[in-house]
Design a protein around this ligand. Structure first.
Ligand code: GDP
Ligand code: MN
Ligand code: MN
Length: 308
């Protein structure tokens, strides 16, 4: 596939081939993007896409690299400096960091022993067969409870909805809990600024967490904070290969990248809490990753049925 930059270049490209072999589909119906797709037809009328003026596809190889050799993280650690010592970051890189290590470095942790459960925590702990102190921690971390049973589904103050408010008991000492950062957008920005200060590189940052999801078994990585780009690549108003205007498609790019980062990190004892993406194409769109209350049908139904 060949990306042409302007119609002059396209015409030069076409002129070297015999007439009639190429079909140019003008997809300029949309105001936002003026795209053209060049299709070659062979003698059997099979079509091959050989060129496109849409610029969202990179021709370079995207590299994905886990940051190895990081130690166990403790409160007060400078995780940016530790990562920069082990990985030479470049302008345009995207650095994914597991929320777990951000929270450990910031001290967003608590011992179970220090928690006194409330009546509600006792009730939900009995209902779900969990430690009441753990349930209290989940309630404390939640801005709202969407579902109480068979597990607690929480909305956090920054808009994320997660099972048990994203409170983790893994990858930390026995009897300790890790909380999600209270403001992950600010956290991502802070990490990005610190990278700029330490190595003078312009690097995008995504803070990830492993999350369950509806409708499918299996957890995937999600972005809970990001800085340096927008969350969503907006395809609305763009045209497909046949010139149809897309009306609905918004691609949650930060979640897609977080998902693959999570794959590289693993969940157990890999010890890889940071992953770098290089040569990703740029995208544009917006940051409204979380539904507004009135838009979120699933949340409304769950709350009505499963929260008392
Ligand atoms: P979460 O998805 O943010 O909840 O984080 P996980 O607990 O799933 O950990 C993600 C990755 O980071 C896994 O490879 C863990 O082994 C690793 N990890 C977690 N904590 C640490 C740590 O303190 N140091 C190092 N080097 N790796 C860690
Ligand atoms: Mn987690
Ligand atoms: Mn994880």
């Amino acid at each position: 596939m060949y990306d042409f930059h302007d119609s002059g270049e396209l015409n030069r490209f076409r002129s070297v081939f015999p007439k009639g072999v190429f079909v140019l589909i003008d997809t300029s119906a949309s105001q936002k993007t003026k795209g053209e797709v060049l299709i070659r037809r062979d003698s059997k009328r099979n079509s091959f896409i050989i060129g496109s003026s849409h610029r969202a596809v990179t021709m370079e190889q995207i590299q994905v690299m886990g940051v190895k050799g990081l130690p166990l993280i403790h409160a007060g650690d400078n995780i940016v400096a530790m990562i920069c010592e082990r990985m030479q970051l470049q302008d345009g890189d995207i650095l994914c960091i597991a929320s777990t290590i951000y929270s450990k470095a910031k001290g967003y942790t608590k011992s179970l022993a220090s928690i006194t459960p409330s009546e509600r925590a006792q009730r939900l702990a009995n209902l779900n067969g969990e430690d009441p102190r753990f349930v209290q921690a989940v309630l404390d971390a939640s801005a709202d409870i969407i579902m109480e049973h068979p597990f607690i589904l929480s909305e956090l103050s920054f808009g994320h909805i997660g099972v048990r408010a994203g409170v983790d008991q893994s990858n930390i000492e026995d009897g300790m809990l890790i909380f999600l950062p209270p403001d992950p957008m600010h956290a991502a920005q802070e990490l990005r600024d610190r990278i700029k200060k330490i190595v003078s590189r312009d690097v995008g940052v995504i803070i990830t967490d492993t999350c369950g999801r509806s409708f499918r078994r299996g957890q995937t990585g999600n972005a809970i904070g990001w800085s340096g780009f927008c969350a969503i690549r907006d395809f609305r108003g763009d045209t497909d290969l046949f010139g149809h205007v897309l009306k609905i498609t918004e691609e949650a790019v930060v979640d897609e990248i977080a998902g693959f980062a999570n794959f590289v990190m693993g969940e157990s004892d890999n010890g890889v809490p940071a992953v770098v993406f290089r040569n990703c194409p740029k995208w544009s769109g917006h940051d409204n990753l979380y539904f507004r209350n009135e838009e979120d049908i699933t949340k409304r139904v769950l709350k009505k049925e499963w929260c008392h």
